[in-house]
Design a protein around this ligand. Structure first.
Ligand SMILES: [Zn+2]
Length: 190
């Protein structure tokens, strides 16, 4: 039995995966006492068995007909992180539905305000003055909206960004996950 170096993942299709000693496996089948994982390369003897909780290797693979690929493990980890982050914030569904991607406009306001203050450690006096100005700016905006004026449209560069992200996200089912993530990465800063 061996408990070291087992890492659990989920495949793009939601299947259980694991990495062990630099090899990557996908769940092939399971029963009440064990799970049988098959090497991603689908070689003849590259199977390992784990306990039901996937944290102990109960039977290690006999041999592989190829070298291990430990470099792929961190990539897999990264993809899984992105996925769970996207699931948490539900950015994907929001982008598909054309809703704002962040959960509230406050995030956007915070970024804009930080830029407007433009000093990393402003003095209290300066910060107070900035906040006062910010507040009166928003009071004017609110008053105008109450008088029936249309809210300010998003800046062109953000409208363009929204359009690009919407196109990428709509195409999610048709592209390779790697290309999809690369496309999104160009348009985002985390
Ligand atoms: Zn193999």
């Amino acid at each position: 039995m061996n408990t070291h170096t087992i890492k659990n993942f989920t495949s793009e299709k939601g299947k259980a995966m694991l990495s062990y000693e630099g090899y990557i496996y996908t769940l092939e089948r399971k029963n009440d006492v064990k799970l049988i994982f098959r090497c991603q390369n689908r070689d003849y003897k590259g199977r390992c068995h784990t306990n039901p909780t996937m944290d102990v290797i109960v039977s290690a693979p006999t041999e592989h007909c190829h070298a291990s690929k430990p470099d792929l493990v961190p990539i897999l980890e990264f993809k899984n992180k992105i996925k769970s982050r996207a699931a948490e914030t539900n950015v994907y569904d929001r982008a598909v539905a054309n809703l704002p991607r962040s959960k509230n406009a406050i995030e956007g306001w915070h970024n804009a305000f930080a830029k407007r203050v433009a000093i990393v450690h402003p003095t209290i006096t300066k910060l107070t003055e900035k906040i006062r100005r910010e507040q009166s700016k928003f009071e004017v905006d609110i008053a105008q909206i109450r008088q029936g004026q249309e809210p300010k449209p998003k800046k062109l560069k953000y409208r363009k960004l929204d359009e690009r992200i919407k196109r990428l996200v709509d195409d999610y089912g048709n592209v390779d996950l790697g290309d999809y993530l690369k496309g999104l990465a160009v348009n985002m800063s985390l």
